[in-house]
Write a protein that binds this ligand. Sequence first.
Ligand code: NAD
Length: 338
Amino acid sequence: MVKAKIAVNGYGTIGKRVADAVQAQDDMEVIGISKTKPNYEAAVAHKLGYDIYAPAANLGAFEKAGMPAAGTIEEMVEKADLVVDCTPGGVGEGNKSLYEKAGVKAIWQGGEDHSLAGFSFNAICNYEQAVGRDLVRVVSCNTTALCRAIYPIDKELGVKKVRVILARRATDPNDVKKGPINAIVPDPIKLPSHHGPDVKSVLPQINITSAALKIPTTLMHVHTVNMEVDKDCTVDDVNNIFGSQSRIRFVGQGMSSTAEIMEFARDMKRPRNDMWENCIWPESITVGDKEIYFFQAVHQESIVVPENVDAIRAMMELESDGAKSIEKTNKAIGLYNK
Ligand code: NAD
């Protein structure tokens, strides 16, 4: 089988994970990753055997550091069928003309606006609508988790409205610059936060609003979700709906916090401690008067990774059935190793 040629532009928190997840599939391959500087992450990429591409002005620095680049970022883009842009939020927008000029398909991440690609993706919600598309945005970690939880409930019970409070990790574990380290920051102070409205870029029919707080942790986000539904239901009904979703995991067995969930991911020997699934505490699921409440934890560094693989498969027309792609992606990355 001829594999789809994928380039990963921006090899940071999301990019390095997407590269490894793509490489684990049998219908796509990474033809190159880009790094701006020959730092420790570039050294690991080199060791893993990825071809590294760099800005023309920095090629000499890579040569000097003993990890010669395979070419410029422009040359990498030319060789690809599809570029997954994992540059920092707001930077990816500037790459659109580069991708258009090279005639390659492109995926951006949730840090970019919906309007950049004109289509926002979540695998269970709208895979089929992404088939054959040239430009797609994979929504953010928080939006991905909300879409995964809301969509199946809406399908079975009809969602009237959703209200979410997000406790957001301040920054990622490798980030030495950002805070807070001793404060809780309403972010933004003016409601709603962008998270609820962003769900509508995937599920426009959902009445949803959100508020968010930034808290001094790097591990995961936690959502307090309240959904009002059309049909009477029980805790068991909600359990069954969430239990049918491969990318939702119930957390228990003494896991009472995000710290223990991350320890569990380490113990399972997941790559980089990744927890690709929404983590829902079953004890938190509370139902009454057609209202559902629950807590879910979201591993911001990895939850969007399987969605990127599915988006590639849809756009490259490697699989027309979303459920089959989800299954294939999950299997290849090891999500079923519970
Ligand atoms: P990051 O800062 O960890 O990684 C970005 C990488 O891109 C870095 O290696 C940086 O050196 C590189 N880069 C910067 N400018 C570049 C350029 N012009 N060309 C090529 N490479 C360049 O960022 P991240 O956290 O991986 O975020 C990437 C995207 O994913 C953003 O849109 C972000 O909003 C989104 N996202 C992040 C998270 C998260 O929690 N980290 C979760 C979901 C989605």
